[in-house]
Design a protein around this ligand. Structure first.
Ligand code: PMP
Length: 283
């Protein structure tokens, strides 16, 4: 796998960074994951905009222009053997001595980009849906930053793995927030409900696309606070992310969602999503 580190292209397994890198010591960095279909990065501008927002939120100067980022990503994509890929990029604050929480005056950010083969959702996951557990949101109050410091998300996802389910759905103060690495939507009485973007959640690129598709196809939707009870009483619950696209959640904890099968609004949205992918790949 050809990767990019600090201005150099080289095989991923040969790349090394300093143990004094603040990404390693403090989780002081941000990242993006960009799906690539047919060698075309999907929603690249949106991902680069979110990267800019994350960098600004942690006072890290963007090392590259949008155009340079796009060039580097395209170069990485061109260097791989697969058509469908997942590009991972991260920027950490860089290596600084001595170790000190406060931001160093002089430091060069560490930039990593690599791509791997895209693990698309299996057809069975689309047709039968996936299951989840719920948990209280133990993360910090700046979840709108796509930070590499993911320890809480790691522990929350492991809870799902230990329970043999796909995702952990997070509630805070009785309200739906998101999943450990996904956004969550609800369908109630034919209406798609989406939790309002805030500093408590990461607004997914897929989240935005789902609302765009709802708008475009005149599916009723509303962005509003969603209570835990509304999730448990919902006709449908969906999970979205760049890698999972949109999947129906058919069981939450010990209770089936709706009739325990992916619902009609999900199936329509999934169809629109696939059509949207095909349309942009043709252009
Ligand atoms: N929330 C969290 C916490 C995530 O980690 C992710 C996936 N990176 C998402 C939401 C979904 O974001 P996207 O649609 O951009 O993949």
């Amino acid at each position: 796998l050809t990767a990019f580190l600090n201005g150099q292209f080289a095989p991923l397994d040969t790349l090394q960074v300093s143990v004094m890198d603040r990404g390693f010591l403090f989780g002081d960095g941000v990242y993006e994951v960009i799906p690539v279909y047919n060698r075309q990065p999907f929603r690249l501008e949106e991902h680069l905009q979110r990267l800019e927002n994350s960098l600004a939120a942690i006072a890290l100067v963007n090392p590259y222009s949008r155009g340079r980022w796009a060039e580097l990503i395209h170069a990485i994509v061109a260097a791989q053997d697969f058509e469908d890929q997942s590009v991972y990029l991260q920027v950490t604050r860089g290596a600084a001595w001595p170790r000190n929480h406060a931001l160093p005056a002089q430091v060069t950010p560490t930039v990593l980009i690599y791509a791997d083969e895209l693990a698309a959702p299996l057809p069975a996951m689309v047709e039968q849906g996936v299951t989840a557990i719920s948990a209280g949101d133990i993360r910090w109050l700046r979840c709108n930053i796509k930070a590499t410091a993911l320890l809480a998300n790691v522990l929350l996802r492991q809870m799902a793995v230990d329970a043999g389910v796909a995702e952990t759905v997070l509630f805070r103060d009785g309200l739906l927030i998101e999943g450990s690495s996904s956004n969550i939507f609800v369908v109630s009485q034919g209406e798609i409900l989406a939790p309002p973007p805030s500093h408590l959640m990461l607004t997914g690129i897929t989240y935005d696309l789902i609302l765009e598709l709802a708008q475009q196809h005149a599916l009723p939707y509303r962005v509003c606070e969603i209570t835990e009870q509304q999730v448990r009483d919902a006709d449908e619950v969906w999970l979205t992310s760049s890698s999972k696209e949109v999947l129906a959640l058919v069981q939450l904890d010990d209770q089936l969602v709706g009739d325990g099968k992916p619902g009609p609004v999900f199936r329509e949205m999934h169809r629109h999503y696939q059509q949207f992918k095909r349309d942009v790949m043709r252009n």
